[in-house]
Write a protein that binds this ligand. Structure first.
Ligand SMILES: Nc1ncnc2c1ncn2[C@@H]1O[C@H](COP(=O)(O)OP(=O)(O)OP(=O)(O)O)[C@@H](O)[C@H]1O
Ligand SMILES: N[C@@H](CCO)C(=O)O
Length: 318
């Protein structure tokens, strides 16, 4: 449940007095999400999401994320537009925490995406890449390939705890990834976390993307690789090639991949699985028992790593 900070009626009234959004009709915490406190606010003028940024998001990076959301919305991409107060500010402080209000988006995420959802979501990612082109904000990918080996230096014992023998296997993957990691691919602003819970559908069509707080500069094809892992594996751990091809086809309807990008997909997908394995492994062992939020299972990504290790060469001719 993701409401770490409560907001009293008085605090809400004081905040709303800065905005031209009407009067509050309803205000409630949202259970989904793990990083921040999110509230649904209904006023006489519309519906909004109020977010208090809690832990992982660095306050000085918030303008990059909020400006990106505005940039995308201005270019017709369905991302929630941040709402400015009467003085034109989108970044506020509530209970000494950075906070922002954004438009409420309608649509529902899906827990088990179908092949049709994968095609739509692939198209959504390409639209994100195209709309983001020219965004002047810069943010290096602090969870990109160069960060993985140093991160794992602190996590070897945790990997062994999870599964004896795993540390050596991961070290082998990391050495391979360092050698084979492609450079020079088309790059720009990527979402970097477009999991099914961050995509909304309406009537089966891609309707919106949320949660831009990992967005950064990196290879576009890496973003696609993150999605192949998050959208195209079955509950039994097998890779669904039909879903993967649909995701790639949906993407290429808007932005065709170069030969170099297609060739790079298997190693990018292996690396993307490593990124989520490592952050989940870190959270798994650093989240205190009884914490509000249950950490995500690193073993799910350990199984995905094993699939990539065995080779996904069929993707190249998708
Ligand atoms: N603009 C929006 N319109 C409608 N609902 C939203 C919007 N933004 C967020 N939500 C809702 O709030 C929930 C949590 O949002 P979000 O995923 O951004 O939170 P988070 O704490 O950053 O979580 P995480 O990083 O774990 O995904 C979403 O699942 C969605 O239900
Ligand atoms: N999408 C991430 C969580 C952070 O948003 C994961 O599944 O590990």
């Amino acid at each position: 449940m993701a409401v770490y900070t409560d907001i009293s009626d008085e605090e809400l009234d004081a905040l709303l007095a800065d905005y031209d959004v009407g009067e509050a009709l309803a205000f409630k915490g949202i259970a989904e999400g793990v990083e921040n406190s999110n509230f649904l606010l209904e006023t006489t003028k519309g519906r909004f999401i109020l977010t208090l940024y809690e832990r992982r998001v660095k306050a000085d990076e918030l303008p990059y994320f909020l400006n990106l959301m505005t940039w995308l919305a201005d270019r017709g991409f369905p991302s929630a537009r941040p709402v400015a107060d009467r003085e034109g500010r989108v970044l506020k402080t509530v209970r000494e925490k950075p906070a922002a209000m954004v438009e409420f988006l309608t649509g529902l995420s899906v827990r088990r995406p179908t092949v049709a959802h994968c095609r739509e979501a692939g198209g959504g990612l390409a639209r994100f890449h195209l709309a983001g082109d020219g965004y002047p904000g810069r943010r290096a990918n602090d969870l990109g390939q160069p960060s993985w080996a140093p991160m794992f230096d602190r996590l070897g014992a945790a990997a062994e705890d999870l599964k004896p023998g795993l540390a050596a296997t991961i070290a082998g993957d990391l050495a391979m990834l360092a050698k084979a990691w492609p450079g020079g691919l088309p790059s720009g602003t990527i979402h970097a976390d477009l999991f099914p819970d961050n995509v909304f559908f309406r009537e089966g069509r891609f309707a919106a993307a949320i949660d831009f707080y990992f967005a950064c500069d990196d290879a576009y094809a890496y973003d696609l690789a993150v999605m192949l892992n998050a959208w195209c594996f079955e509950a039994d751990g097998s890779f669904n090639l039909t879903a993967a091809r649909a995701l790639l086809a949906g993407y290429q309807e808007h932005r065709p991949l170069s030969a170099a990008e297609r060739e790079a997909l298997p190693v990018l997908a292996h690396g993307a699985a490593m990124r989520f394995f490592l952050t989940r492994l870190n959270d798994w062992f650093s989240t205190p028992t009884g914490a509000l939020v249950r950490p995500k299972d690193p073993l799910e990504y350990e199984r995905k790593l094993a699939v990539h290790r065995a080779g996904l060469d069929l993707l190249a001719d998708a």
